[in-house]
Design a protein around this ligand. Structure first.
Ligand code: MTE
Length: 352
C-alpha cells in the first residue's frame, strides 16, 4: 500500500467559501446549509472530517484484509475483487459527525469545547453504492464467538471504531465504493469506506484496509476517549445513533427580504425516522411545517413552511420529533467533549 508521492494534501477537493465552511483546522470543512440544491448533498460540497490528511491511495496495490478471532480464516480482497465478485447495492443515507454544531453547543453553555468548532455543516446525505459488509465477512467464516467488527483506516490517524456484530450484519451497513453515482472521491475514502447507517460519522471509516472481526469487545481510542459521551458523575458511553435534529437552509445569521417566501430545511434522527417538524417565529405559537419526505429511517427528510416576514429582527426556531416521540430539547445536557448537540436553535434573521 502506497500513497502517491507529491500529491498528499490535507484535503484534495476544492473547498471554496461559496460551497463550504472552513472549520479552521486545515482538515475539516462543513457544507454551507444554504447551498443544498436537492435531497442529496452534491459531492463537491459534502462535508469533510479528516483526522489526518487525505491519503491518495492506489487501487492497483490496495487490498482489504478480513481477519481476527471471530473468523475461521483471513481473506484478502483486491479492488477488482470487490467490483467483480459481489452484487452492489445502493442506499441513500445521512451521515452526521457527532461533533456537528459544537460551536453552538459552546455558545449555549458559555464554554469553548475542545475539538473542531463546527457550525451546522457537518452533516450530509449521499447515495452510497457498495457491498453489504456481511457479504464480505461471510467468506471469512464467522464463528459463534464473533462479537464485534472493526474497520481500520489507512490514513495517518489509523482510524478505527468497532461496532457490534449485529450492526455490521445489517443490510444497510456497507463497504461503499461509490458516492452519488461516481467512484468514491479521495476525501470521502477512496478506494473504499464503511457506511454505518444512522450512526455517528466516526463509525463510517474511510480508506479501509483491514476489518477485524473480534471474539471480544474491543477498546480503542475512538470508543474510550473520543466519540463518547462523558460527564462528571456519569458513566462514559460510546456514541452510536445520533439524536434528532434539524437544519435550516439559511445562513447564520440570515438576511431576508420582507416578501412572502418559503423557509426550507432538513430533519434527521440517526437510525430513526422523523415524524414531525414544528416552527415558531419570535414569541408566536408553534406550528407544523410540511414534510416533503422521504419518510425513511437514517435519511434526512425535507420540510418547509411559508413566511411573510415584517421588516425587523426575528428569531426562527425549528424543532423536529422522531418516531419515538423524542423532540429536540431547548438545551442539550452537558458532555465534556461537546458531542450530539441537538438543541432547538434560535436562528437570527434580519428582514430588510
Ligand atoms: N475514517 C478515517 N480513516 N479517518 C478519519 O479521520 N473521520 C471520521 C469518519 N471516517 C475519519 C474516518 C469522521 S469523525 C466522520 S464525521 C466521517 O468520516 C466524515 O466523513 P466524510 O469526510 O466523508 O464526510
Amino acid at each position: 500500500m502506497r500513497t502517491t508521492p507529491g500529491i498528499r494534501t490535507a484535503v484534495v477537493k476544492p473547498t471554496t467559501a461559496d460551497l463550504m465552511e472552513d472549520a479552521g483546522t486545515g482538515l475539516d470543512y462543513g457544507t454551507r446549509p444554504d447551498r443544498l440544491p436537492g435531497l442529496l448533498t452534491p459531492t463537491d460540497r459534502f462535508f469533510v472530517r479528516n483526522h489526518a490528511p487525505t491519503p491518495c491511495l492506489d487501487a492497483r496495490s490496495w487490498t482489504l484484509r478480513v481477519e481476527g478471532g471471530g473468523v475461521r480464516r483471513t481473506v484478502r480482497y483486491t479492488y477488482d475483487d470487490l467490483w467483480r465478485r459481489f452484487p452492489l447495492v445502493s442506499v441513500v443515507r445521512t451521515l452526521e459527525c457527532a461533533g456537528n454544531r459544537r460551536a453552538l453547543f459552546g455558545a449555549e453553555h458559555g464554554h469553548r469545547f475542545g475539538g473542531v468548532q463546527w457550525g451546522r455543516g457537518a452533516v450530509g446525505t449521499a447515495e452510497w453504492t457498495g457491498i453489504p459488509l456481511r457479504d464480505l465477512l461471510e467468506p471469512a467464516g464467522l464463528t459463534d464467538a464473533a462479537v464485534e467488527v472493526m474497520p481500520e483506516g489507512l490514513d495517518g490517524a489509523r482510524a478505527r471504531r468497532p461496532m457490534p456484530l449485529a450492526k455490521a450484519l445489517a443490510s444497510d451497513t456497507l463497504l461503499a465504493l461509490a458516492m452519488n453515482g461516481e467512484i468514491l472521491p479521495s476525501d470521502h475514502g477512496f478506494p473504499a469506506r464503511v457506511v454505518v447507517s444512522g450512526w455517528l460519522g466516526a463509525a463510517s471509516i474511510k480508506w479501509v484496509g483491514r476489518i477485524e472481526v473480534s471474539d471480544r469487545p474491543l477498546r480503542v481510542p475512538w470508543n474510550t476517549d473520543d466519540y463518547v459521551l462523558t460527564a462528571p458523575g456519569r458513566p462514559t458511553v460510546p456514541i452510536t445513533s445520533t439524536p434528532v435534529a434539524c437544519l435550516v437552509e439559511l445562513p447564520w445569521p440570515a438576511r431576508l427580504s420582507p416578501v412572502p417566501q418559503t423557509i426550507r430545511g432538513r430533519a434527521y434522527a440517526g437510525e430513526d425516522r422523523v415524524t414531525a417538524v414544528d416552527y415558531r417565529i419570535d414569541d408566536g405559537p408553534w406550528r407544523s411545517a410540511a414534510l416533503d419526505g422521504p419518510d425513511l429511517p437514517g435519511v434526512w427528510t425535507r420540510w418547509r413552511f411559508p413566511w411573510s416576514p415584517d421588516p425587523g429582527a426575528h428569531v426562527v426556531r425549528v424543532r423536529a420529533t422522531d418516531e419515538h416521540g423524542r423532540s429536540q430539547p431547548d438545551a442539550t445536557p452537558w458532555n465534556d467533549l461537546g458531542y450530539c448537540h441537538n438543541s432547538v436553535l434560535p436562528h437570527p434573521v434580519l428582514v430588510a
